[in-house]
Design a protein around this ligand. Structure first.
Ligand SMILES: *Cc1c(COP(=O)(O)O)cnc(C)c1O
Length: 417
């Protein structure tokens, strides 16, 4: 942990370090673990594929040609850097200076594309010619289908049969982009079953297939790789806030589903002890009802999809069915680095209900003219609490993970009640 001096800030903003140097500053999980969490809890048959991926990531991570290709696509295709916008009217209501990191302005409308670009470039580098992915709400499936089209690679997406019905618009998007969507009929017919099915496909087709995971979940090296790829959010935001205000923020706030947009925003600030990191989970209909997705807030330590972290479990020990108004937060697990940050106290995690999220979405729309995703709205809904922690002159960076177009039908139905 260090305190940043004014001179260091000047130097930092003046000389923008290369991506390889920036990435090299982020911690490497020791033995595939973040503290007591993470690891590789997978079938023997999957180990060679995971070892190959881990070696490829270790190599790519310190290779300037890899990052040059990723950066080129992020700039010229995705539209980065994303804006850091000082939300003045929202700030006045909240009682702190709120800056929005606008991932909603990316091509495809959310942060997920950052990760997909990085993994697709890695897949090509590894000589893999087929992409597979799991998707819940369909957002990661759409982002994967997008990069598959961009690279001319065949793409197959596993999606719970229940979600295929609920998210038919995203299914249509994926098909238009040339991807094949496989409805998964097992289990609860949702995201966790889709992820199991994708892992099964990978075991069977390791030779030519790259499994593109959509969050900081899954076995090592995924939580590490996805965090590194999403760290572009926090690295940009850090330089942008220093440029705009001459100092570091007092808090960073982001919603947490699997945890990728939050980890990407938090990681570049994790060594700055003065910056509070606040993750916001989905409390659904209320923690007490059991219908929620607050994995860190109300879960137990367990293993899901190859990684040890907090998980939501039922009384009989089975993985519970997560619930949230926002399909993107509806996952019964969470990335292992968040579990480690929670246990060390480096980050704190709060939760907001479906109703809170709707109010957050309406507030951002009314004060700033921005319609955010329902996932993001959970972070907006926590701003009053964060402002009370840091005071009126405090600076908050909020990860605006995605735009709200996809949620307008849900929002309209809720508001009609
Ligand atoms: C998928 C999604 C999330 C949740 O995923 P994380 O891995 O927790 O970031 C949040 N916001 C939006 C807009 C999403 O599409």
């Amino acid at each position: 942990m260090k305190t940043t001096t004014y001179v260091e800030i000047e130097e930092e903003t003046a000389a923008r370090a290369s991506w390889v140097e920036d990435i090299a500053r982020l911690p490497v999980p020791d033995g595939g673990r973040f503290g007591a969490f993470g690891g590789q809890y997978v079938a023997e048959t999957l180990m060679p594929a995971i070892a190959e991926l881990e070696a490829a990531w270790r190599d790519a991570r310190r290779d300037t040609t890899y990052w040059a290709e990723v950066e080129d696509l992020l700039v010229n295709y995705v539209g980065r850097p994303s804006l850091l916008y000082h939300a003045r009217r929202l700030s006045a209501e909240v009682g702190a200076q709120v800056y929005l990191k606008r991932e909603d302005l990316n091509h495809t409308g959310a942060h997920k594309i950052n990760n997909c670009i990085g993994q697709a470039v890695l897949a090509r580098r590894m000589g893999k010619r087929r992409l597979i992915a799991e998707t819940g709400a369909g957002q990661h499936g759409v982002a994967t289908a997008t990069v598959a089209a961009l690279f001319g690679l065949p793409c197959e997406v596993y999606m719970g049969a229940e979600d295929v019905v609920r998210q038919s618009l995203n299914v249509e998007r994926m098909r238009l982009l040339g991807a094949e969507v496989h409805p998964v009929e097992s289990g609860t017919r949702t995201l966790k079953d889709a992820m199991n099915e994708a892992l099964r496909d990978w075991v069977t087709n390791v030779g030519d297939t790259f499994y593109l995971i959509g969050s900081v979940a899954g076995p090592h090296p995924y939580p590490w790789m996805v965090r590194d790829l999403q760290s572009v959010i926090g690295r940009e935001a850090r330089a942008q806030i220093l440029g705009a205000t001459g100092r570091l923020p007092d808090a960073c706030v982001a919603c947490v589903g699997g945890g990728s947009n939050a980890a990407g925003l938090f990681a570049p600030f994790a060594a700055d002890a003065s910056v509070r990191l606040v993750g916001v989970e989905a409390a659904g209909e209320g923690i007490a009802t059991g219908r929620h997705a607050a994995t860190l807030g109300a879960g137990r330590v367990g293993v899901l999809h190859g990684s040890k972290s907090y998980v939501l479990v039922r009384d009989d020990g089975q993985i519970a069915h997560a619930h949230s108004i926002s399909a993107g937060l509806d996952y019964p697990g969470v990335g292992p680095e968040h579990a480690a940050w929670k246990d060390s106290g480096r980050a704190v995690y709060v939760s907001r209900t479906d109703d809170d999220a709707l109010a957050g979405l309406e507030r951002l729309a009314r004060t700033e003219g921005i319609l955010c995703a329902l996932e993001t709205a959970h972070a907006i809904a926590a701003l009053d609490e964060v402002a009370r922690m840091i005071g009126p002159d405090g600076i908050i960076i909020v990860g605006l993970s995605g735009r709200g177009d996809k949620d307008m039908v849900t929002v309209a139905q809720r508001r009609a009640k």
